[in-house]
Design a protein around this ligand. Structure first.
Ligand SMILES: Nc1ncnc2c1ncn2[C@@H]1O[C@H](COP(=O)(O)OP(=O)(O)OP(=O)(O)O)[C@@H](O)[C@H]1O
Ligand SMILES: [Mg+2]
Length: 261
């Protein structure tokens, strides 16, 4: 039963990849709708990062299909993924410490003037616009990013990701390096992006964060999906049971990794 009326932004179907003998991802299927946050949970080594690296083009899958907006998508490298509006934010914030927010936003994709020089005015203007949308209180446009707090740095990384019209955002442990206040700030950013219709895969070890932010949760174990559920249909204890035992509760749709009764 599908309660959604729109076409999914992303459909990953029966995705597998092995490294040597290890089936890092084994027949995993999951989808993502516009304006939806799907939390990916599971123990270390469950295959979460590997699965989303297939979507972001960092790894090439051995088998399985990827559809974007219902259409079969060819994603063999990060450039392909970006072409579909897929952007990734990793735990290790990929920001350049010694330059300011505007420079970070346009790193490697600088705007130039008609005569080919860097268009600093246009870049700062655009940086203020995007950062203003995400984090209206941000004022430190002229300072090197290393002077910013973890939460502010994360908002620069997110602004960089959405600047070029990302529609699908992958966040792999975005708050792992942050304190509680900064984690709240990133949560607010996620809510903002959601309200703009961006779909987000959120990988986190913090089940409380996931319950606060995700519309649905998907639990992986040993490369397989244990189950997927609307967050409102399962309890935290049930989700812990999925993570630890692979036990799929009644409120979840079981995947191939669900423990057989
Ligand atoms: N490049 C690689 N080469 C070999 N094995 C890999 C590679 N990347 C991942 N693996 C293996 O694939 C499995 C899944 O790893 P993955 O990083 O996807 O787990 P994860 O769920 O993201 O875990 P964590 O919560 O620790 O980040 C693990 O057994 C890991 O050792
Ligand atoms: Mg990981």
């Amino acid at each position: 039963m599908n309660q959604h009326v729109t076409t999914p932004l992303v459909e990953l179907e029966d995705i597998s990849i092995a490294f040597g003998g290890i089936r890092a991802v084994d027949g995993a299927s999951i989808d993502l709708y516009p304006g939806e946050v799907v939390g990916l949970l599971g123990h270390n080594g469950a295959g979460k990062s590997t699965l989303i690296k297939i979507l972001s083009g960092a790894y090439k899958r051995d088998s399985g299909d990827i559809r974007i907006d219902g259409q079969s998508a060819t994603i063999n490298n990060p450039r392909d993924a970006k072409g579909y509006g897929i952007e990734t934010i990793y735990q290790t914030l990929a920001v350049a410490d010694n330059v300011d927010a505007a420079a970070n936003l346009f790193l490697g994709r600088e705007l130039t003037t008609a005569i080919g020089t860097l268009d600093d005015v246009a870049m700062e203007h655009k940086a203020r616009e995007v950062m203003g949308r995400l984090n209206p209180n941000f004022r430190r446009f002229k300072e090197p990013v290393k002077a910013l707090s973890g939460g502010q740095r994360q908002s620069v990384a997110i602004a960089r990701a959405i600047l070029f019209n990302a529609r699908i955002l992958i966040m792999d442990e975005p708050t792992a390096a942050l304190g509680p206040q900064e984690t709240t700030q990133v949560g607010d950013l996620i809510k903002q992006l959601k309200s703009e219709g961006i779909g987000i895969f959120l990988i986190s070890h913090d089940i409380h964060d996931v319950f606060d932010l995700a519309d649905r949760v998907c639990v992986m174990k040993n490369g397989q999906v244990v189950g997927t559920a609307k967050t409102s249909d399962v309890t935290k204890d049930e989700v812990l049971g999925m993570i630890i035992l692979g036990k799929c509760p009644p409120g979840a749709t079981p995947g191939p990794g669900a423990m057989k009764e």
